[in-house]
Design a binder for this molecule. Structure first.
Ligand code: UDP
Length: 195
C-alpha cells in the first residue's frame, strides 16, 4: 500500500475494508507476529512534534490510517492525495463484526469499571472472548507489569485507549513484551463500547 509522509509522520493510503482485510491476515498468522496500528489525527501530529518518543511510536507502526477528516484535508492540501478514512472506532467494530468469537480481546484503558462494561457489551453484541481488562490510569512505573499481564493473556487483539500519545507510546515501547498480533491505539473507543 502507498505510504505518504505528513508532517514527518507516515500515513498509509488504505480504506476501512482493506484495513480490516490486512488486520484479518495478521490475526490469522500462526506465528502471532506483533503489529501496531495508529489511527492518525491532528492531535497526534501536534503532540509528536514535541515528543520524540511519540513520533517514534508512529514511525514504527505497521499501519497508520487516517482517523478523521482533518488528516484527509491535510493530505489533500499538502500532497493532492485522496486518502480514505479508516477511523479507530470503525476498525474495532469492523473487526468484531468480521471475526467475533475468533477474537480474544484485551481491553486496556479508560476509568476503572468502564473497560468491564465495554467488554460485557462486546461479548453480548459480537461474541468476542475477553482475554483481559485493565483500566488506563497507571504511571510509567507500572508499564512493565501491565505489559506482561497483557503478554501472558493470550490476547490476539489489544485495544489501548489511554489518550492520544500515551496509548501509541505504550503499544510501541512494549510491543515485544505485549506480543499481540493486532494492537490498536484507539482513544475513546472503550468509552463508546461501554455505551
Ligand atoms: N485515559 C486513560 N488514561 C489516561 C488518560 C485517558 O485511560 O491517563 C482514557 C480516558 O478515560 C478515555 C480515553 O483514554 O477513555 C481517551 O481520553 P481523552 O479523550 O481524554 O484522550 P484524547 O485521546 O482526547 O487525548
Amino acid at each position: 500500500r502507498p505510504r505518504l509522509r505528513l508532517f514527518d509522520l507516515p500515513l498509509d493510503v488504505i480504506n476501512l475494508s482493506d484495513t480490516l482485510t490486512l488486520l484479518g491476515d495478521w490475526l490469522a498468522d500462526p506465528a502471532r507476529r506483533p503489529h501496531t496500528v495508529v489511527t492518525l489525527n491532528p492531535e497526534i501530529i501536534v503532540q509528536a512534534r514535541s515528543h520524540p518518543e511519540f513520533a517514534r511510536a508512529v514511525q514504527d507502526a505497521d499501519l497508520v490510517t487516517a482517523d478523521g477528516v482533518g488528516i484527509v484535508y491535510a493530505a489533500r492540501q499538502l500532497h493532492a492525495e485522496e486518502v480514505p478514512r479508516a477511523p479507530g472506532f470503525d476498525i474495532v467494530r469492523g473487526l468484531m463484526q468480521r471475526h467475533g468469537a475468533e477474537l480474544r480481546v484485551f481491553f486496556l484503558g479508560a476509568k476503572p469499571g468502564v473497560a468491564e462494561a465495554a467488554a460485557q457489551n462486546a461479548v453480548r453484541d459480537y461474541g468476542v472472548v475477553v482475554a483481559g481488562i485493565h483500566h488506563g490510569y497507571f504511571g510509567p512505573e507500572d508499564d512493565e507489569r501491565v505489559a506482561r499481564l497483557i503478554g501472558d493473556s493470550g490476547a490476539n487483539l489489544l485495544l489501548t485507549a489511554m489518550g492520544a500519545g500515551r496509548q501509541e507510546v505504550f503499544n510501541g515501547q512494549w510491543r515485544g513484551v505485549l506480543g499481540v498480533p493486532v494492537m490498536i491505539g484507539c482513544g475513546g473507543v472503550i468509552d463508546v463500547l461501554a455505551g
